[in-house]
Design a protein around this ligand. Structure first.
Ligand code: IP8
Length: 260
């Protein structure tokens, strides 16, 4: 089984509020169908979640009454994005079912304290493709906060120990520095958790409510601790996801799981 995250910057235009990249999602759905693997799919919130969540400072928890409206609107917007993804999967004959995080988990000071894993297992056993996503959720300490798709991925990887975790990004994989701002950034083909420790301090956090690349590196290190391999690849390159699912080497980064 594979756990795949479709990054918010691949499936939406992050600069334009609620801009869904239908053609990209449709092509990725074709690749998933063709590969015919058992998959749990997670997707980011992109411009359906990050812009409004930042505006209402939802990740700081409940501080002011006006945030209530922001929380409700964000929940509706990420659910809307989720239904667009699900529709595309259905149109490509993938039996996708939605699992909204806010209904199956609770956070405490941003950490996951309770999650219904059985629901994923039952759907998988019946042959469905469970699809979950970055969402807003209740937080017992903060009132509410944000549950990123990366946190979901990390918890699901620890629970299900998939063959691989795959991050579908708008970059080829990991670089020694941010390739969008630093032309000396070098591409990393293979890394261990130890290699990533050295990298963390050098990567700048992009302006993202869930900490961008810095947060992603933390997630990947946690996944590696579970002994699971992670692949990061470019979702804008045709068949990169398909080839990877079929075990073919493409330009991508592999982070090896610890030997357990
Ligand atoms: O895009 C963030 O999830 P992510 C969720 O996976 C919200 O980091 C609501 C901004």
């Amino acid at each position: 089984m594979f756990i795949i995250k479709l990054g918010g910057s691949v499936i939406t235009n992050k600069a334009k509020e609620c801009y869904f990249k239908q053609d990209v999602v449709d092509r990725l759905a074709v690749e998933l169908k063709k590969a015919n693997k058992q998959v749990i799919l997670i997707h980011g919130a992109g411009s359906f979640g990050h812009i409004i969540a930042k505006q209402y400072m939802l990740n700081n928890g409940f501080k002011q009454k006006k945030q209530i409206k922001g929380f409700a609107m964000t929940q509706a917007m990420v659910q809307h994005l989720n239904s667009l993804v699900i529709s595309s999967l259905h149109n490509h004959d993938i039996p996708a079912v939605s699992i909204p995080p806010h209904a199956i988990l609770t956070l405490s000071n941003h950490k996951l304290t309770r999650m219904n894993y059985t629901i994923f297992e039952q759907y998988l056993d019946l042959g469905f493709t469970p699809v979950s996503f970055g969402d807003v959720a209740l937080d017992t300490r903060l009132g509410f906060s944000i549950c990123s798709g990366d946190l979901l991925l990390q918890m699901l990887a620890a629970e299900f120990k998939p063959e691989k975790v795959i991050f579908v990004l708008d970059e080829d994989g990991l670089y020694s520095a941010n390739p969008k701002t630093n032309k000396n950034a070098t591409f990393i083909e293979k890394a261990t958790r130890k290699d990533l420790e050295k990298l963390t301090t050098r990567v700048d956090a992009h302006a993202d409510v869930t900490k961008g690349m810095k947060g992603k590196l933390h997630t990947i290190k946690q996944i590696a601790r579970e002994g699971v391999n992670t692949i990061l690849l470019n979702g804008n390159i045709h068949n990169c996801l398909y080839d990877t699912l079929k075990g073919k080497k493409v330009r991508s980064t592999i982070v090896y799981g610890d030997k357990i």
